[in-house]
Design a protein around this ligand. Structure first.
Ligand code: TXA
Ligand code: MG
Length: 322
């Protein structure tokens, strides 16, 4: 029996399978099995009104899960699936409200990872999966992160190595006249606009601490390590480090895109995160590393706010605000 066969058997019997995607690891259950979906909420410790994304093997399943699939939805699915884009659509009547948190919409995505796609093809149905971390923790981008967070509560962990993109999918709400981005992610706004042929809005929650009504999972604490995160531009770094060192007892770390010179000696410098794309790929493992090192404060120099750098800046701002 291959690992995939075993994972499919677990899904069919209502169990939980953690699997790699190109963004982050997912905690998967059979989306048509309410008891299995219920276990996802239980294991994650997630409120039941926070909907789950349903993962599909290809876009041909779209009409089975969503109603009134617009031409915009088809256009985006064609352009970006498999890939880090979640489409929010009106749900078809057969989709369980356990998955959608009681909402009339459903989030759908075809992930771009060979292990995820093999699992989805062999299983045949939709796999409901949030990120495979406990509620309020940083998303896992390696199998070891999943095991550290969920341990024996997950029946199978498929190891597909580190996630290529490293931040979650971009979520686009297609249930209104004009598409709205609810979460910046692996597909940049520029690329979405290129395909749609017009500019689109980014939804900014009126109340960041609750994530607003449209994407209830956008809590700040989702992206926060235990260390306090302080953001600063590269030219302010010396000033900020001196101020932080003077006001905190315990180790202080630094995460930046490139190596910096002339830092105070007692700063714990994490390995530079690189360009915006590289920064996204290592961000969550660096935040976990900060906690393993017991850092009290992590000073971060964010990457430029272009491409996937927009999502990195969004996560860092949420981490710093919590
Ligand atoms: O990259 C990703 O999207 C990863 C991988 C595993 O696919 N999944 C992920 O799932 O990040 P999760 O559950 O951690 O985040 C999904 C977000 C949550 O904020 C949830 O509230 C929102 O999507 N969401 C899902 N379905 C929704 C719906 N029908 N209406 C509003 N928000 C929805
Ligand atoms: Mg999550």
């Amino acid at each position: 029996m291959t690992d995939i066969d075993r994972a499919v058997a677990v899904l069919r019997s209502g169990g939980l399978v953690a699997f790699p995607t190109e963004t982050v690891y997912g905690l998967g259950a059979d989306a048509s099995n309410d008891a299995a979906v219920g276990r996802v909420f239980e294991v994650k410790g997630r409120p039941s009104d926070h909907p789950l994304i349903v993962h599909l093997s290809d876009a041909s399943h779209l009409d089975g899960w969503a109603a009134n699939v617009s031409s915009n939805a088809k256009l985006l699915a064609d352009a970006f699936w498999p890939g880090p884009l979640t489409l929010l659509l009106e749900r078809s009547s057969s989709v369980s409200s356990a998955v959608t948190g009681g909402r009339s919409t459903v989030g759908l995505r075809v992930p771009d990872h060979p292990v995820a796609l093999e699992l989805l093809r062999s299983f045949g149905g939709g796999v409901a999966a949030p990120s495979a971390n406990r509620f309020g923790r940083v998303s896992p981008t390696a199998a070891a992160h999943v095991i550290a967070d969920l341990g024996d509560d997950v029946d199978v962990v498929l190891d597909g190595g580190p996630c290529r993109v490293g931040v979650e999918s971009t979520i686009v709400d297609l249930t209104t006249d004009r598409p709205v981005v609810l979460r910046a992610g692996g597909v940049s706004i520029d690329r979405l606009e290129e395909v749609l042929g017009y500019s689109i809005d980014i939804f900014v929650s009126a109340e960041p601490s609750t994530g607003g009504a449209r994407a209830p999972g956008m809590l700040e604490a989702h992206y926060a390590p235990n260390a306090r995160v302080v953001l600063c531009a590269e030219h302010e770094i010396a000033e900020v480090l001196i101020e932080v060192l003077g006001s905190v007892t315990g180790p202080v770390g630094l995460l930046a895109g490139s190596a910096l010179v002339g830092l105070p000696e007692d700063i714990v410098e994490l390995e530079p995160a690189g360009t915006a794309d590289d920064y996204a790929a290592v961000l969550y493992s660096r935040l976990r590393q900060a906690d393993r090192l017991g850092l009290r404060v992590l000073v971060c120099v964010p990457p430029p706010e272009v491409g996937v750098g927009v999502a990195v800046n969004d996560r860092l701002r949420r981490a710093a605000a919590s």
